[in-house]
Ligand binder design. Structure first.
Ligand code: PLP
Length: 398
């Protein structure tokens, strides 16, 4: 199949989302085809030999590459403006692959403390088992980054905005410090989505996504990807890591993600508009102690968010005025909004991070990064925003 990407790269993002990377088979299908095949056949034994020697560019095995997965990778690369994209089975596979392909025993990793529970586990538990030294910093404090990045470092990892505290990190400033000590900067851009923030333009070297969140956006399929302009690293370290350890995306899930991308921009716009309204409503409520949302002037890094992001995001976090029992009572009183640990879904979903996504952390560790027992995370869905607000209002009264 022909590679149409060069011709596609002139299109604007909204067009890329619908058409980027489309690679039609000789059946001329309108919709992207699902190639549910694990392997591919060769005309001759010599051709198989040439394929394995890398002399002939073709599909070999779907653990390495697959036409449907390839369309998703090309569409993501065009959207992000990246030279390379490799799709993974989940967002965590993308985070782990990007870090494992960047560090070796004896290397240093510097990461911000405010991370999704599983990202935290990779940095603090898994990588140190292989001889990597992990240094965790307060991502919003540039002095802490400066101190940590005063000696040679292999990789820097951060989420901005972070899950669930919504910390915003000054990406250009941290990237400059990181590059001065030779570090590859990996940014988990899940909360911002490819629509609201372009980390590669802000100085990052690698961007990772959980496609499970806004890219699918309808709660159907797991997936993820790693994007970079560093083609040499992607074609060697990252490709070899993925080829031999097997975190590849299934063709079916890649197809679901391709369909998700077609509506990503219009969904994210609507999510953002509703999230802004919900955040402003919550700020007026006496039963709410604190609201964390980058689109509110009360957010500690509001100015930075305005500079780095083209929209406030789709998730609103807030503290209920009261203890955990009152917080649970409020959550249990919701009639429309579901209790779930997912986010970026068409359905509004609420999570209690301290007892779910971040329950593995120690109570002190959680408090250090602002995950209190009365903190809830609300992923604002695509329902009518007045219905979402009415549901919050009645649950806060109860
Ligand atoms: C959900 C999430 C991940 C992990 O993605 P999965 O697809 O669930 O593996 C990584 N980082 C952030 C910020 C997330 O919210």
């Amino acid at each position: 199949m022909a590679d149409d990407n060069a011709a596609n790269s002139k299109w604007r993002p909204a067009t890329q989302l619908v058409r980027g990377g489309t690679n039609r088979s000789n059946f001329a299908e309108t919709n992207e085809a699902i190639f549910m095949t694990s392997g591919y056949i060769y005309d001759t034994a010599e051709q198989a030999q040439r394929a394995f020697q890398g002399e002939e560019d073709r599909f070999i095995y779907s653990r390495f590459s697959n036409p449907t997965v390839g369309m998703f990778e090309d569409r993501m690369a065009l959207l992000e403006g990246a030279e390379s994209c490799r799709a993974t089975a989940t967002g965590m596979a993308a985070v782990y692959a990007s870090l494992a392909a960047s560090v070796s025993a004896g290397d240093r990793l510097v990461a911000s403390k405010a991370l999704f529970g599983s990202c935290d586990y990779i940095c603090r538990d898994i990588l140190p088992k292989f001889g990597v030294e992990s240094i965790m910093v307060d991502g919003t404090n540039l002095a802490e980054w400066e101190a940590a990045l005063s000696e040679p470092t292999a990789a820097v990892f951060m989420e901005t905005p972070s899950n669930p505290q919504m910390d915003i990190i000054d990406l250009p400033a941290v990237a400059e410090m990181a590059h001065n000590v030779g570090a590859r900067v990996v940014v988990d851009n899940v909360f911002a989505t490819p629509i609201l923030q372009k980390p590669l333009e802000l100085g990052a070297d690698v961007v990772v996504y959980s496609g499970t969140k806004h890219i699918d956006g309808q709660g159907r399929a797991m997936g993820g990807c790693v994007l970079t302009d560093d083609v040499e690293w992607s074609d060697n370290d990252l490709k070899q890591f993925m080829r031999h350890t097997g975190p590849s995306l299934s063709p079916f899930n890649a197809w679901v993600h391709l369909k998700g991308l077609e509506t990503l921009e219009i969904r994210v716009e609507r999510h953002c508009r509703s999230a802004q309204k919900v955040a402003e409503f919550l700020e007026t409520q006496p039963a709410v102690a604190k609201v964390l949302f980058p689109g509110l002037k009360s957010h500690p890094q509001y100015e930075l968010a305005q500079k780095q992001m083209s929209g406030p995001g789709t998730v609103v976090c807030f503290e209920v005025d009261g203890d955990m029992a009152r917080t649970f009572k409020f959550m249990n009183a919701m009639e429309l909004i579901d209790i779930s640990n997912n986010l970026g879904d068409a359905k509004s979903l609420m999570t209690h991070p301290a007892t779910t996504t971040h329950q593995r952390m120690s109570p002190e560790g959680r408090l250090e990064v602002g995950i209190t027992d009365n903190l809830v995370r609300l992923s604002v869905g695509l329902e009518d925003v007045d219905d979402i607000i009415e549901d919050l209002e009645q649950a806060l009264k109860a």
